[in-house]
Design a protein around this ligand. Structure first.
Ligand code: HEC
Length: 153
């Protein structure tokens, strides 16, 4: 008698245990992707604020830049072809001749007193604004990129 209860109990644990585990796995899977979506939205919202505070003066609110002084970020081939380089420029500034969408710029951009998280946020904002489609740029990537910034950026 005792043995039978034990067996039934064992089977029940097996069934519920496995079933529950599967559900949990699925929940974690979908939870992950929706977490990323939420993070993308958060970064965009925070990044828009960073942009308005630190970047819009020069690159303009619409990201189109200003004449031959400030290069565009909207549709910028230079920005989108190398996001690690963009992160370094945002953090450390840049002064050398560059060509953006076929136009040569040779001005000075100062570095910005912002955290790596804010760099990730503003880069995510830019990469997904004005027709750009760059997706989420995470802070872990930005940490790595900024650690490895080349001298000449
Ligand atoms: C004082 C004006 C100024 C501010 C403020 C400024 N930039 Fe720039 N930015 C420039 C100039 C000038 C260049 C071109 C530098 C050169 O000629 O080497 C540039 C270049 C860039 C580039 C590479 C070229 C391109 O168009 O893709 C990126 C990316 C960029 N800036 C992003 C930002 C972001 C993001 C911010 C805010 C966190 C910012 N900049 C703030 C003036 C500015």
């Amino acid at each position: 008698m005792r043995n039978r209860y034990f067996v039934i109990g064992f089977i029940a644990v097996l069934l519920f245990g496995c079933g529950g585990g599967k559900e949990k796995q699925e929940e974690e899977k979908s939870g992950l992707s929706s977490r990323d979506e939420i993070r993308l939205k958060q970064y965009q919202v925070q990044g828009a604020k960073v942009y308005a505070t630190y970047c819009a003066n020069c690159h303009q609110q619409d990201g189109k830049g200003l004449a031959s002084l400030y290069p565009p970020l909207a549709g910028s081939d230079y920005l989108l072809e190398n996001l690690p380089r963009a992160a370094c420029i945002i953090k450390n500034g840049q002064s050398k001749e560059i060509v953006v969408n076929g136009v040569t710029y040779n001005q000075m951009m100062p570095g910005n007193p912002i955290t790596n998280l804010e760099v990730a946020e503003v880069l995510t904002f830019i990469a997904n604004a004005w027709g750009n489609e760059g997706g989420l740029i995470g802070v872990k990537d930005v940490d790595k990129w900024i650690d490895e910034c080349a001298e000449e950026y």
